[in-house]
Design a protein around this ligand. Structure first.
Ligand SMILES: [Fe+2]
Ligand SMILES: [Fe+2]
Length: 219
């Protein structure tokens, strides 16, 4: 039953986004599983004209968060599937509708629940995914209720530190900042991201963090 639903949805989504770039982005995803389905759903939202962040939020943020989340989950013994689903969906609400950005952790949890239940994902695991999304935001410093939530929060921060060009793009192109404003904004985002990392997260990104600081002439 679940496999049939997956098959139907995969074909629908494949037709909707059937181009080479999309196939490249999804390379490595195992077809017919929930992670592939959610990846296609989120990638589709990133491709939409409604997405105010541009397609780079998929190619230079979400994919990176999902990769770091998997590394963290394997290292810390968390549920890898839950962590990857939450990583894919953590910014989904703001991508779909920018007016929800201020509360995208709350709206995102609601959207994730709707989507995952529609695909028949188990309710107890849906709750875990929701918790991860609810507590991922570095700016709000929310308590992490599970090891999975730590993985997603860390992965989000690691992806920011690892993708300085995309932060600069956001600052200059999308927020229209001056050179100094942009540097300051990126600097504070990197600092905040680093400060919310767990000990393992800091170990993972130590070299990159130092290089980033040198590049931004902070150190
Ligand atoms: Fe976010
Ligand atoms: Fe994010």
């Amino acid at each position: 039953m679940f496999a049939n639903i997956c098959s139907v949805w995969y074909n629908v989504l494949k037709e909707r986004h059937a181009d080479i770039q999309h196939v490249k982005m999804l390379k490595g995803c195992v077809i017919m599983n929930i992670i592939s389905l959610i990846a296609m759903e989120v990638e589709g939202a990133c491709r939409s004209r409604n997405n105010r962040f541009g397609y780079g939020v998929w190619s230079h943020h979400i994919i990176s968060v999902a990769e770091y989340a998997k590394i963290m989950a394997l290292e810390l013994g968390a549920d890898v599937e839950v962590v990857q689903l939450a990583a894919l969906l953590h910014d989904y609400a703001g991508i779909k509708d920018y007016s929800d950005y201020g509360n995208h952790h709350i709206k995102g949890a609601y959207e994730a629940e709707k989507l995952l239940l529609m695909y028949g994902y188990p309710k107890d695991k849906v709750e875990l995914v929701k918790e991860c999304i609810m507590s991922h935001r570095g700016s709000l410093n929310l308590e992490k209720a599970s090891i999975e939530a730590v993985c997603v929060s860390d992965a989000d921060a690691l992806a920011h530190i690892d993708n300085v060009p995309s932060l600069l793009y956001l600052a200059y192109n999308q927020k229209g900042m001056s050179i100094d404003e942009g540097m300051e904004w990126v600097n504070s985002k990197i600092q905040r991201s680093y400060s919310k990392l767990s000990r393992y997260g800091r170990q993972l990104i130590a070299d990159r963090y130092e290089a980033t600081q040198r590049m931004l002439s902070i150190a």
